[in-house]
Structure formats: C-alpha cells, structure tokens
Design a protein around this ligand. Structure first.
Ligand code: NAD
Length: 505
C-alpha cells in the first residue's frame, strides 16, 4: 500500500511496505459486531446492520448493529435491574473487578492496538503507546480513586452533625467519539461503574471494534451482567434514544459542539445531569524566548499526532514576529519529514483519516484556506488510491477572522500566524468560540503564569503538550463544553451529593 504514497509528495514522506499491513487485511470477511446487553451478545431488534469501513483501505471491515430505541430500552432495563446489587457491592469488590478488567486490557494490548488502528486509521504505534495504555490507566485509576473518596462532615455548633453522602445516580448514558475510541470510552465507563452506577455506552458507529472487545473482557473479568451494556449504532437514532431515555438520569458525552447542543436539548426536558466534552480550535502560542527546537518538535506532535484528530491538537500556531519566519522554515522542514501511509507500518507517523466524508471536509478547508488568501507551505493534497490519506498541511498568511482559523477542521491542517507582544498573543488565542486547551512556549516564568491565567482554555500547557495527569480536572470553556471530568471531578459528576443532618441536642 505504501508504494502508492509516492515519495514526491510535497508535504510528507511515504513509508516503505511492511510485512504486516492494514491493507493486508483486505479480503478478510467482515467481523459481525453485536450489542452487549445484560452480559449477552445480542443482535439488534431491527436485524439491520451498518458497514464499518477501514480508513486505511476503504474496505468494509465489520458490520455493526443499526440499533434503535428498542435496543437502547433493553439495555437501560438491564442496567436498571443490575443497579441495586451493583451499587451495594462493597467498594473493595468493585475496585477488584475494575483492576481485573484493567489487567485483561493490558494482557491484550497488542490485539487491541491493532483493532484500534484498523478501525480508526491511526498508527498502531500510537495506539500501543497512547490509546490502549490509557484505557488500562483509566480503569486502574478509578478502581483505586474510589477507595479514597471521602465526603465531608460538619459539626454544627454542637446542635447538629451534617454529613454528605455521595450516592450513585442509577443508569449512566455514555456517548463517545471515534478519534480515541477505547481511551475515551473507558474514561467514562470506569468512573461511572466505580462509583456504583451501571451504564449503557454508545460508542461511535465509525469505531466499534475495541468497544466490542471490551465487552468480552468485561465479561471475562467477572463484572455482573447489566453493569456495562454497549449498544452500537447511529448517533441520531441510538444516541438520541439514549440521551432522551427517561430512566437515564445522567449523560456523559464527548463529541462535536453541534451534537453537544442536540444532546443538551434532548436531556433538558428530563433535567438530566449532563457533562459535555466538545470541540476545540486550540492555540499554540510561541514567544521569541522559547526553546525553539523543543517548540518545533512538540508542535509537530500537537499539530499532527493522530492525523490532527485529537480534540487537544493545537491547530492555530501563533509565533512572535521576530522569530516567525525562522519558525516557519523549521516547522515546514520537520513536517516534510513526516511519513504518511500504512498505519500498521512501524515507521509511519501519520495514518489515515477516519472516513471519506472527513477527507472531503479536510480537503474542503484546505481549498478554503487558498480562497481566503492563505499560502500552503507544506502538504495540501489528498493521496490518490484506496484509503483516506491527507498530507500534513501548513498554512500561512491568514488572520484570526478567517474561517480556517475559526472553525474546527479536526485533521492534519495547521495555520501559522505572527503576533506582536503579549496582549496581541492573548487576543489572537482567545479569538474563537472554543476554549478547550492552549499551549504556550516561553522561558519567562512570570509571563507564562500571566498568559496562562488570561487564556480561555480548560487546560493550558506551558512548554509541553498532552502531558496528562488523571487527577486533574478536564473540560472546556465557552463552546468547548460544560462541566469537568477527571480525578475527583469525575467521581463528583457520577454521584449525587446528599446532605444528612442529625440533631445532637
Ligand atoms: P460527533 O458529535 O459526530 O459524535 C460523537 C458521538 O455522538 C458518536 O457516538 C455519535 O454517534 C453520537 N451522536 C451523534 N449524534 C447524536 C445525537 N443526536 N444524539 C446523541 N448522540 C449522537 O463527534 P465525532 O465526529 O465522533 O468526534 C469528533 C468531535 O469530538 C470533534 O469535534 C472533537 O473535538 C470532539 N472531541 C472532544 C473531546 C473533548 O474531550 N472535548 C475529545 C475527543 C473528541
């Protein structure tokens, strides 16, 4: 496959053919995925299935249930029935079961990494290094965090004792996207069930395979039937049935901002608790005093890791004018070194985009960048042949008011814009409706803290990117989301605080 990706590509180098390749999977019979309800793998009520396309090949690699409200309802009933026993299960036992599931994921890391890569188009090396270890970490973290989750008590002037009970809510509805499939699904399932809720999860219809494998592993780990239910299908059908189900009091959603608004509207009539982790258009601000080689190296990662399909990717780079041209030269040279091609080739840096539709969208934004007056200084082209590949692309010459700098592209496309001084850097960084994350590069400690405080972002990285500690709060400002998850924020989100007041005198 890789030979198709000719080395003369302007923005990237092609990888050499590999012994094992995602393309080598062509012709294999598609897997048939089932829903996982009450501990059993079951067909959808409609009997209908949707094709799951492998991004590296364009081939159908699986058929997944086209679930509807009947399947969601069956899963919610199962979760509802399992809730009383699970919520009363001693916390040490819940912890033990989650740790066992974490071990099983770890024991199957290579298989899961390959499934993720095949389903999503990401490189297997990234799935091995990031996605699957993070799923293991999510289960381990919440299995142990729950052991230390205390609540407060307030002796009230000798008259009364107030204390807080933290109780699970019931059936948690969990909806996840395709870009980090198991990573984000486990980020929701682990805290939901650690705190004693049961759940119905709806993974993205574009990446069902690791969720399907997780269901098998959950059963092998000994999780009781009904604690984790997984229903596959389309967002507008299965997803909407979940968000509007009256017996689901809580929704944790990660996905696009437009979908987030629909989820909020479906949940509102039932007064559900909702956490929305949405889109981003993250700034990467580089001051003249930055460690430039380090800033270039990390900015290549933050721009193009996972094909730019990470909500935290820094898609708008702002560089202080005195070093702008030098930065562009260095950044473009490093971009052209990236190898694009077979996601299963160990040498590949950039794999395939998720779908033909997404490839169209990304190409459309690159055309728009030209129409808006931008210059494509690296990449800019899709790669002919099967699979959905697009060159890592660098655009210069566009101001902050251009659509290319305002709208989330969610692909391997980054803009570079010069700025003059700290105030302009902050104004440029904050000039979108999003506020998910930001990165800034400077050696000036005081400026680093000053600018971090002024940025509209739920997370600010200083002289680094994607350094994640599961204990810290995570979420977005503005149209990047509502609520925080992570660490005790997740435990708090997945529990109801109840005040109990006992009269003492
Ligand atoms: P999406 O919004 O299209 O889909 C996300 C999930 O929602 C999928 O499972 C989908 O089936 C479901 N869905 C779609 N319509 C629905 C509806 N009406 N009701 C209920 N569920 C519905 O997003 P996507 O394309 O899968 O993912 C990409 C987006 O996710 C990007 O915008 C990215 O920035 C965002 N994202 C955000 C974070 C974060 O933590 N903030 C993390 C990863 C991705």
């Amino acid at each position: 496959m890789s030979s198709r990706h000719s080395p003369e590509l302007s923005g990237a180098r092609a990888t050499s053919p590999a012994n094992t390749s995602a393309a080598g999977e062509v012709g294999r019979a598609p897997l048939v995925v089932s829903n996982f309800i009450n501990g059993e793998f079951v067909a959808p009520a409609s009997g209908a299935y949707i094709d799951d396309i492998g991004p590296a090949t364009g081939e159908v690699i699986a058929r997944i249930p086209d679930s509807d409200a009947r399947d969601i309802d069956a899963a919610v009933r199962a979760a509802h029935s399992a809730f009383p026993a699970w919520s009363r299960t001693p916390v040490a036992e819940r912890s033990r079961l989650l740790l066992r599931l974490a071990d099983l994921i770890e024991n199957n890391l290579e298989e899961l990494a390959r499934l993720e890569s095949r389903d999503n188009g990401k490189t297997v090396t990234l799935a091995r290094r990031l996605d699957i270890p993070r799923a293991v970490a999510n289960f381990r973290f919440f299995a142990t965090a729950i052991l230390h989750y205390a609540s407060e008590a307030h002796p009230t002037d000798g008259v009364a004792l107030n204390y807080t009970l933290r109780q699970p809510l019931g059936v948690a509805g969990l909806i996840s996207p395709w870009n980090l499939p198991l990573y984000l699904l486990s980020w929701k399932i682990a805290p939901a069930i650690a705190t004693g809720n049961t759940c119905v999860a709806k993974p993205s219809e574009l990446t069902p395979l690791t969720a399907n494998r997780l269901a098998q592993l959950a059963r092998d780990a000994g999780l009781p039937p009904g604690v984790i239910n997984i229903v596959h299908g389309l967002g507008a059908k299965a997803g909407d049935a979940l968000t509007s189900h009256p017996k689901v009091p809580l929704i944790s959603f990660t996905g696009g901002t437009v979908t987030g608004a629909k989820v909020a509207m479906a949940a509102a009539p039932h007064f559900k608790r909702v956490s929305l982790e949405l889109g981003g258009k993250n700034p990467n601000v580089i001051f003249a005093d930055a460690d430039l080689p380090e800033a270039v190296k990390t900015s290549i990662q933050s721009s193009f890791a996972n094909q730019g399909e990470i909500c935290l990717c820094g898609s708008r780079i702002f560089v202080e004018r005195s070093i702008h041209d030098h930065f562009v030269d260095e950044f473009v040279a490093a971009t052209k070194q990236l190898r694009i091609g077979d996601p299963w080739d160990e040498a590949t840096d950039v794999g395939a985009l998720i779908s033909a539709a997404h490839l169209e969208k990304v190409s459309g934004y690159v055309e728009l960048a030209k129409q808006e007056g931008g210059t494509i200084v690296a990449g800019g082209r899709r790669i002919d042949g099967a699979g959905f590949f697009f060159e890592p692309t660098v655009v210069t010459g566009l101001g902050c008011d251009r659509r290319v700098l305002q709208e989330e592209i969610f692909g391997p496309v980054v803009t570079i814009t010069p700025f003059d001084g700290e105030d302009e850097a902050i104004a440029f960084a904050n000039s979108t409706r999003y506020g998910l994350s930001a990165t800034l590069w400077t050696r000036d400690l005081q400026r680093a803290h000053r600018v971090a405080a002024a940025l509209d972002a739920g997370t600010v990285w200083i002289n680094c990117w994607l350094v994640r500690d599961l204990r810290v709060p995570f979420g977005g400002m503005k149209e990047s989301g509502v609520g925080r998850e992570g660490g005790f924020e997740s435990l708090s989100f997945f529990t109801e605080a109840k005040n109990v007041c006992v009269k003492l005198a």
